[in-house]
Design a protein around this ligand. Sequence first.
Ligand code: SAM
Length: 353
Amino acid sequence: MNGQVSDVTSAVSDDVTSRDDVSDELMSVIRSLTSSRRYVPQWYVYDTRGSEMCEELIQKSETYNVWQHEYSILQAHADEIAGKVSPPAVLVDLGSGGSSKTRLVIEAMRKRRENFTFVPVDMAKEYIESCGRQLETDYPELTVEPFGGLYMDGLRHVSAREEPKLLLFLGSSFNNISVHEQGRFLREIRAQLRAPDRFVIGLDMNTDREAVCQAYGKQWTPIWRDNLIDRFNKDFGGTMDAEKFEYQVDFVENPADGDTPSYVVGYLRSAARQRVHFETLGLDIDFEDGEKIYFYEGPNTSCKFNPRQIRCLAERSGFTVDALWTNDEENYGVRLFGTDRFYSYRSLRFLKR
Ligand SMILES: C[S@@+](CC[C@H](N)C(=O)[O-])C[C@H]1O[C@@H](n2cnc3c(N)ncnc32)[C@H](O)[C@@H]1O
């Protein structure tokens, strides 16, 4: 599929009313599923089981190479990154998951004999708490303070602390933010940071159609279809049958000299006309034959930026671009954003996307 970004705004269903026995987060999931453009919020894919399966796949896959590329870049540059903030610092890992690559930064900061606190932030609360306990066992002098919640809530939670912050956003997680929201998202992050803080972000830049389609292909079915449907059924007493949905991906190529990156679109496609019942909510959802449930809020499951696109986005959001480290193939990058220019929150709101 080729083309520009389509301006999809999902009309969230008003038919589903809140219930006292279902959390706000879970209600937001069911509203997404019943909106006119059905989708799953990104974090919902990652319960503990989904997170464990994901960690295993990204480390072992021969075609999805994000983990390996980012690991090798961090191996080469973790010391330099650790040296960018003055001690005592707070290391914050947005969407930390298993923190398997973050260990390289933790080790680099320990080598400097610095005191620091590690704050992993992730919606997969139980998973990061268990990973946090393992980190404290492996690094006995490390204090880990997991925050189970949304990215921005976690960042707001730590932003009042006096210590300089080294904020990580790894695993190409920024690429999964909706293309319509990326500017606002970066401006919100910028507004929470001060001059001594630094922001390190990992970005996939691979636009090779064949490689991308292989990377996001069938190997993800057990996570993005089977485990996800299992979670729906457990959380809402559902009757969804994984075999009646197909996991599929498209790749949307946008011009390299434009502002919109190319991106992967992932979805589950209903293999037949069917009705699913969610007992907990007393709710039936009808799916047409071929109807899609998209992954994530925006049109993109994962963007593939080029260096110019990300530089423009960062600068318009009030960051300075201080470093870019890439792998040998130059299709994966880790960027260091600085906060040296002063912006008031008010002026940041008016910087253009
Ligand atoms: C692509 S994984 C990256 C994991 C890890 N940082 C890595 O590099 O391997 C994205 C992680 O972000 C978490 N996540 C997704 N959306 C989130 C949100 N809105 N707020 C908090 N966590 C979120 C998921 O639970 C998942 O662990």
